[in-house]
Design a protein around this ligand. Structure first.
Ligand code: ADP
Ligand code: ZN
Length: 220
C-alpha cells in the first residue's frame, strides 16, 4: 500500500504510522522527522530548514521535495509506505506525481485525512514530548515513557518540541489551512481521500484507520 497522511499538526499521523510499521511492515517517511534528523546532524539542509520550522512555517518546496524523493528512491519498488507530512503544498504533490510516473512506480492508493478541531489539538500538543537524541515522540497522557521524562530507546531527557509553543502551533494551523488543505480538493477529484477521526484514543484511531484500509482491500 502507498498512503499519504494529511491532517493538521497533532492529529495522530506520526503515532498511527508507527503502528502501521509495527503491525503491517509499512515504512513511514515522516518529513518532519527527517528534517529534525538533519538539524540534529548539523547538516546544511537542517540549518536552512531550522528557522522556518521554529517559526511554524513550511520549509521551501525544493528543499523538502528533494529530501523526500531521495528517500523514496531508496525504497524497494514493492515496499509499502506512508508519506507522513509530505506533500504539504500543491507544488509538492505535483512533483511527487511526476516522480512516481518517471520512476514507474504505481500511483498513491489513498490519502488519509485525519480530522480534528483545533482546541483539542492545542490541548493534545501541550502533552507532547520528544527525545532530543533520537527524536522518538511521547505524550504525557496518551503515550507515556516507561521512566518519567526519559526516552525508552536511549534514556535521554525528553523535551517539548521547539515548534510546540502555543503561538507557533497557531501559526502552523494557519499554514495548514492556507497551504495544505487545498490538497484535499486536489486528491478529492481523484476520489482518493478517506477521513479518519483524529480525536480518538490511539488504539481506537488505529482501528478506524484499518477499517478504511480493509474496505479498500489494502489489508486483509
Ligand atoms: P506537524 O505535522 O505536527 O506540524 P511535522 O513534524 O510534520 O509536524 O512538521 C514540522 C515542521 O517541519 C513543519 O511545521 C514545517 O516547518 C516542516 N515541514 C515538514 N514537512 C514539510 C513539507 N512537506 N513542506 C514544508 N515544510 C515541511
Ligand atoms: Zn531517544
Amino acid at each position: 500500500m502507498r498512503l499519504i497522511f494529511l491532517g493538521p499538526p497533532g492529529a495522530g499521523k506520526g503515532t498511527q504510522s508507527l503502528l502501521l510499521l509495527q503491525r503491517h511492515g509499512v515504512i513511514s517517511l515522516a518529513s518532519g522527522d527527517i528534517l529534525r534528523e538533519a538539524i540534529r546532524g548539523n547538516e546544511p539542509i537542517g540549518k536552512e530548514a531550522d528557522r522556518f520550522m521554529k517559526a511554524g512555517q513550511l520549509v521551501p518546496d525544493d528543499l523538502i521535495t528533494g529530501l523526500m524523493l531521495d528517500r523514496l528512491g531508496k525504497l524497494a519498488k514493492n515496499q509499502s509506505f506512508v508519506l507522513d507530512g509530505f506533500p504539504r503544498t500543491k507544488d509538492q504533490a505535483l512533483a511527487l506525481d511526476a516522480w512516481l510516473i518517471e520512476h514507474r512506480h504505481k500511483p498513491v492508493d489513498l490519502i488519509i485525512d485525519f480530522e480534528m478541531d483545533e482546541d483539542k489539538i492545542l490541548k493534545r500538543l501541550e502533552g507532547r514530548r520528544i527525545c532530543r537524541t533520537c527524536g522518538a515522540s511521547y505524550h504525557m497522557k496518551n503515550l507515556v515513557p516507561k521512566k518519567p521524562g526519559q526516552c525508552d530507546h536511549c534514556g535521554e531527557l525528553l523535551q517539548v518540541r521547539p515548534d510546540d509553543q502555543p503561538e507557533t502551533i497557531r501559526r502552523r494551523f494557519v499554514v495548514y489551512h492556507r497551504q495544505t488543505e487545498p490538497l484535499l480538493e486536489f486528491y478529492g477529484s481523484q476520489k482518493k481521500v478517506r477521513p479518519v477521526p483524529g480525536d480518538l484514543e490511539i488504539e481506537a484511531q488505529y482501528q478506524a484507520l484499518v477499517e478504511v484500509l480493509k474496505k479498500e482491500r489494502l489489508v486483509a
